[in-house]
Each structure stands twice: as C-alpha cells, then as structure tokens.
Design a protein around this ligand. Structure first.
Ligand SMILES: [Zn+2]
Length: 80
C-alpha cells in the first residue's frame, strides 16, 4: 500500500461538487426512475477506479443519481 501525499486531500467540497453536479443533472433515480434522486453514486466505476485510471472522480459525469431505496440496495458500490 503506497501513500500518495498529493492525493490525500479528499475534502468536503470535493464531495459537494460531485454530489451537486450529479443531482442537478439527475432529478430522478437512475435505477428505478420512480424515486427522486437524493444520493450521488459513482457509476459505473468506483471513485478508486477512476483515480487509478487517471480520471477525475469528482466529475459529475462519472456518477448517477439514486433514490433512497436504490441507494440501500446498491450500497458498497461507492467507496468514499
Ligand atoms: Zn431508485
């Protein structure tokens, strides 16, 4: 396990930027289409995979909106 100093700055604003961007675009749940999207989920890649691939995990285009119920059933997909 390596420690990369430049990568350790996961602050609140990162999450806000991602979450707000995703929810602004996806008003409704991307899975069931019936519930209001209240959670921003990294999909189809996890935040870690995006970082590994050299992509920005905080870019809303890498996420989808989920309703409360679907968020619970897909828990474990997002690793923050
Ligand atoms: Zn749903």
């Amino acid at each position: 396990m390596k420690t990369t100093t430049r990568r350790r700055g996961y602050g609140t604003w990162h999450v806000q930027r991602f979450r707000r961007g995703v929810l602004a675009r996806d008003s409704w749940c991307a899975v069931c289409g019936q519930g209001r999207a209240v959670y921003a989920d990294h999909w189809p890649k996890t935040a870690r995979q995006l970082v590994t691939d050299g992509q920005d995990p905080n870019d809303p285009k890498h996420g989808r909106g989920l309703c409360r119920q679907c968020r619970q059933t897909t828990r474990g997909v997002t690793r923050w």
